[in-house]
Design a binder for this molecule. Structure first.
Ligand code: G6P
Ligand code: ZN
Length: 543
């Protein structure tokens, strides 16, 4: 088993996006594509000789093949050890936890998150740093630079490694430690939450439904919710990870998790419903007859987190991405804690968490998490909700109503226009950017613009600056619209329009969000000419 050096040339388009490199699976399978990128990660982080890495993924098509290639390349590049999840599976939060718990030099996660999987769908690879979090731009820039100057990669010629059962083995001089992907993570959850209280709730007849969407959280949810907490067997549905996620789209939102929505809106709805995405870092929360927006979920969790043992002393601060609603800001204000506003992308929370400035973070894109790992964490959010429900013995709907009465309601919705031609999407954003400074004082669809700017972020911990992070327009009545292009797509452009309106009138807290937001929706279209410029009559996805 001799390491060989393979000559190669730089491949264009290997620039990591919001969350690592995402491409069509068939692109990842093209000759040298994966190998080039893996070598560039190794080179970009200063080599991996003598280092220990974590490796695992969400089980999508090509996960197993890519893992074998990475193991052979890690061995050829002199890594000391790779800790890999059994069958090369690890949810993203579990990988983050393993990196931290074992003090490794980072890890590689195979996933395109909530994007569909399969030979004609999407694949992805991202490097997480030793703090367990997604690599910040300072690191991904180096990786990208490495892709552009690459002339060779190293790989071992060897048979596949057997990843079917836990244990230690060797590949060349490198150790491979295969671990149960669930065990350490489940142990961490037991440390954070009051499992006895949740067990008590469930044994009193509280019913839940967790939809794993044929993705990686299935085994985690069965072990934690059914085996350890006593939820009725079958509470976790679509629990077996499949390479194409059962032909579905493993994105926990009301469109793609429509079966869960139907179950939660039915006469026989359970008390609590939740879903997670391909790699287990996102979450969707529902109560009987109600959907909780991610922004409201973050705010409500921040308000009640002290009910869980790990947060009993209160939160050091909270953080949200810029397009996320201001609901959590209102909680932070009432608690007298700091609230940070970051660009979209979990990696921007890393410094705040590491520095102890924020304990809880969240994004409108269905991500919520805390300083227990450095990724967002779907099952963690589900367990925090269950802990709160167990401690208060109130329903999800009651908790929401009380929250809005106390803090006001930030009506919120995101409208996505998918697969728009990139030229058109860029033209729309450029056009809007060009006229931002003229907007204040003007009225659109009856709303008057108060302020308009392009968001940039100065990291308070390391002073780094991220610019061009979304165009935001606020109106005098407390409404807001944000325009951004997605950084996670693999084809064309996705225009995201984030809409928000604050309501504090107690008689107006129970409206349909699309109706409550109608004036903002109309103003957004008038300002940006969405329909005219994209040729679309309506968004593809409304969350
Ligand atoms: C991933 C990232 C999130 C981000 C989301 C949406 O899930 O981990 O941090 O909010 O993608 O990103 P996008 O650029 O597609 O709006
Ligand atoms: Zn994900």
């Amino acid at each position: 088993m001799e390491p060989i050096t393979v000559e190669t040339k730089p491949i264009q388009g290997q620039k990591p996006g919001t969350s690592g490199l995402r491409k069509k699976t068939r692109v990842f399978k093209e000759s040298h594509f994966l190998e080039n990128y893996v070598q560039s990660i190794f080179d970009g982080i200063g080599g991996i000789e003598g280092k220990t890495l974590v490796l695992g993924g969400d089980g999508r098509h090509f996960n197993d093949r890519a893992a074998q290639v990475i193991l052979r390349m890690a061995a050829a590049n002199g890594a000391r050890r790779v800790i890999v999840g059994q069958e090369a599976l690890l949810s993203t939060p579990a990988a983050s936890h393993l990196i931290r718990k074992r003090g490794t030099d980072g890890g590689l996660i195979l996933s395109a998150s909530h994007n569909p999987g399969g030979p004609d769908a999407d694949f992805g690879l991202k490097y997480n740093t030793p703090n367990g979090g997604p690599a910040p731009e300072s690191v991904t820039d180096k990786i990208y630079a490495a892709t552009q100057g690459l002339t060779r990669y190293r790989i071992l010629e060897a048979q596949d490694v057997d990843l079917t059962s836990p244990g230690l083995q060797h590949l060349g001089d490198m150790e491979i430690e295969v671990v149960d992907p669930v065990a350490d993570y489940a142990m961490l959850m037991e440390e954070i939450f009051d499992f006895d209280a949740i067990r008590g709730l469930l044994s009193d007849g509280f019913r839940l439904r967790f939809d794993a969407m044929h993705a990686v959280t299935g085994p985690y949810a069965v072990e934690i919710l059914e085996n350890r907490l006593g939820a009725a067997s079958g509470s976790v549905v679509n629990a077996t990870p499949s390479p194409d996620f059962g032909g579905g789209h493993p994105d926990p939102n009301p469109i793609w998790a429509r079966d869960l929505v139907a179950a939660m809106m039915s006469d026989d709805a359970p008390d609590f419903g939740a879903a997670s995405d391909g790699d287990g870092d996102r979450n969707m929360i529902m109560g009987r007859g109600v959907y909780v927006t991610p922004s409201d979920s973050l705010a409500l969790l921040a308000a009640h987190a002290h009910l869980a043992p790990a947060y009993k002393d209160g939160l050091k601060g909270v953080a949200r991405s810029m397009p996320t609603s201001g609901a959590v800001d209102r909680v932070a204000r009432s608690k007298g804690i700091d609230c940070y506003e970051t660009p979209t992308g979990w990696k921007f929370f890393g410094n705040l968490l590491d520095a102890g400035r924020a304990t809880l973070c969240g994004e409108e894109s269905a991500g919520t998490g805390s300083d227990h790992v450095r990724e967002k964490d779907g099952l963690w959010a589900v367990l925090l909700w269950l802990n709160i429900l167990a401690a208060t013995r109130k329903s999800v709907a009651e908790l929401l109503r009380e929250h809005w009465t106390e803090h006001g309601r930030n009506y919120y919705s995101r409208h996505d226009y998918e697969d728009v031609e990139s030229d058109k999407a860029n033209a729309l954003i450029d056009g809007l950017r060009g006229k931002l400074s003229q907007l204040p004082g003007q009225s659109f669809a009856g709303l008057t613009v108060e302020g308009a700017d392009e968001f940039s972020y100065d990291d308070p911990v390391d002073g780094s600056r991220a610019s061009a992070q979304g165009l935001r327009i606020s109106f005098t009545g407390g409404e807001r619209v944000v325009f951004r292009l997605s950084g996670t797509g693999t084809a064309g452009a996705t225009l995201r329009v984030y809409l928000e309106a604050l309501e504090i009138d107690p008689d107006k807290l129970a409206e349909d969000p699309q109706e409550a937001l109608a004036p903002v929706i109309a103003a957004a279209d008038e300002i940006a000419g969405i329909r005219a410029q994209t040729g679309r009559d309506a968004p593809d996805v409304i969350t």
